[in-house]
Ligand binder design. Structure first.
Ligand code: MF3
Ligand code: CO
Ligand code: CO
Length: 257
């Protein structure tokens, strides 16, 4: 399957799915406090998605994933599995990644939360990673390339002496959760696919405080951690390319685009 161009009607559906995913992050924020378990965060999100929004949590049973959201704490890069025995403590940083399916279309977004007071080196990693995402979103318009997106993220991360994870990337999205193209978070200007109006894809940089190297858990087959056990952060939005820029389909109220 090649890269698909969505019709305005399809983008209307994507906008709805994106809004719902963003609203789950807004709902869960006040619950992310010292003492709560990631399993409880999953239950709160699952119940909200299923019973209030009346849509589908895409991760649940996706390639066998056992829960409705991903919760990735500290040195976990992505795909952390919520767990009733994993209790958040002051100083943790956590990514919560939400994907919902509404009328067959996906909305996929994640953000970092600080648990109580966090060390300055940790909050800086979280801030710079968000800046990486925002700088990339800023340049998205027809005519730029996927390499331009990867490059601007890599430059900002490495200017801060961080590293970019290579094994996981953003992705096209629509009726299919992960479709073409792959959106790498590193690369060279003017290389790769040229962006066109009507494309919908995620940008979701994973930035490590130490080396870029990753390790996949042999225990659960999902949890991805930094090899050096140093911190990692990630932020994600789903975008639709417009005639002169892009629309952030998963924008939260706190954000200005
Ligand atoms: N939401 C993740 C992404 O950004 C994918 C999670 S797949 C799961 O692409 F199976 F781990 F849930
Ligand atoms: Co994604
Ligand atoms: Co996601």
């Amino acid at each position: 399957m090649a890269v698909t161009i969505k019709t305005p009607e399809e983008i209307d559906h994507m906008r709805e799915a994106g809004r719902l995913a963003a609203e789950v992050l807004e709902m869960i924020g006040p619950h992310v406090l010292p003492g709560i378990s990631t399993g409880e965060l999953d239950r709160l999100c699952h119940d909200y998605i299923v019973n209030v929004q009346k849509v589908i949590p895409a991760p649940l049973n996706y390639n066998g994933f056992p829960k409705s959201i991903c919760t990735s704490v500290n040195h976990v890069i992505c795909h952390g599995i919520p767990d009733d025995t994993a209790i958040l403590k002051k100083g943790d940083i956590i990514n919560i990644d939400i994907t919902v399916i509404k009328d067959d279309y996906h909305g996929d977004t994640s953000k970092m939360f600080l648990v109580g007071d966090v060390a300055p080196h940790a909050s800086k990693l979280v801030r710079v990673t968000q800046e990486c995402l925002y700088k990339a979103i800023d340049i998205v318009k027809p005519g730029i390339t996927l390499g331009d997106i990867g490059h601007i993220i890599q430059i900002h991360a490495e200017a801060n002496r961080y590293s970019v994870v290579r094994e996981y990337c953003g992705h096209g999205i629509g009726k299919i959760f992960h479709e073409e193209p792959q959106v790498l978070h590193y690369g060279q200007p003017n290389t790769g696919l040229t962006i066109e109006e009507g494309m919908t894809f995620t940008i979701e940089p994973m930035i490590n405080a130490g080396t870029r190297h990753t390790k996949l858990s042999r225990r659960d087959g999902w949890t991805v951690t930094t090899r050096d056990r140093r911190l990692s952060a990630q932020w994600e939005h789903t975008l639709a390319v417009t005639s002169d820029g892009c629309e952030v389909l998963t924008k939260r109220q706190e954000e200005q685009f």
